[in-house]
Design a protein around this ligand. Structure first.
Ligand SMILES: [Zn+2]
Ligand SMILES: [Zn+2]
Length: 221
């Protein structure tokens, strides 16, 4: 059984268990069933599924919770007028080598949104004023993006971070993304002798034309 440190309140906000009030209603980020906070002395504080004992989400609950937490993180950045950071680290030395700032005042996040008729990322970051895509996330729990999806990323040249959550790490996505895998991100580590660079080891685009309307939206340097 997995114990959850976060749940949704009746207004759809993501609430950490330390802020949960006994008697209030909470629901699971994945299956929407009732969760109850357990504040104990012997156990670490957590929510548990009141009826089923465990999550009954049909989609992988880890996959779904990952998406919800990223969206909640961007929404909370919007309310606080702060930034939700998406960071890429070196595969060799773990230094942060690239950062995309998802600004609460100018971006929002959607899940399962079609950017093109053939490209539907797990998460898309979009500009509030124009609805133009800024970047994307693919959540990899069991299988990597399909060859079709990779080909479409290659054609469209929009950047994508690959997030591989575990039950231990998923909750940090509320505050930002840090990963060492991505698509269409052409940066190299200046700190270590990783001469292959990030892109030499990972999914990497061939040549192709940036779509004009996306050309000016390249946060990576
Ligand atoms: Zn559940
Ligand atoms: Zn490095």
């Amino acid at each position: 059984m997995v114990s959850y440190p976060y749940a949704l309140d009746n207004e759809g906000r993501v609430i950490p268990v330390r802020q949960a009030m006994s008697g209030a209603m909470y629901s699971c980020l994945a299956c929407k069933e009732r969760l109850v906070p357990r504040h104990g002395l012997q156990v670490e504080w957590h929510y548990y599924h009141y009826v089923s004992g465990d999550c009954t989400s049909s989609e992988s609950s880890l996959h779904r919770i990952t998406k919800r937490l990223i969206i909640a993180g961007v929404e909370s950045a919007r309310r606080a007028k702060t930034i939700y950071n998406a960071e890429l680290t070196c595969t060799t030395c773990s230094t942060v080598i690239g950062r995309a700032e998802i600004k609460g005042v100018s971006h929002y996040a959607l899940d399962e949104h079609y950017l093109t008729p053939k490209l539907r990322p797990d998460i898309s970051f979009l500009a509030i004023d124009s609805d133009e895509p800024f970047g994307t996330v693919e959540v990899v729990v069991s299988s990597p993006p399909s060859p079709d999806a990779l080909a479409e990323y290659q054609r469209e040249k929009i950047w994508c971070l690959i997030v591989k959550p575990t039950w231990d790490t998923v909750w940090t996505l509320r505050n930002g993304i840090r990963t060492n895998e991505g698509i269409n991100i052409d940066v190299k580590c200046s700190k270590c002798a990783n001469t292959l660079g990030f892109t030499g080891k990972r999914w990497y685009p061939g040549t192709g034309n940036y779509r004009k309307r996306w050309r000016r939206r390249r946060p990576w340097s």
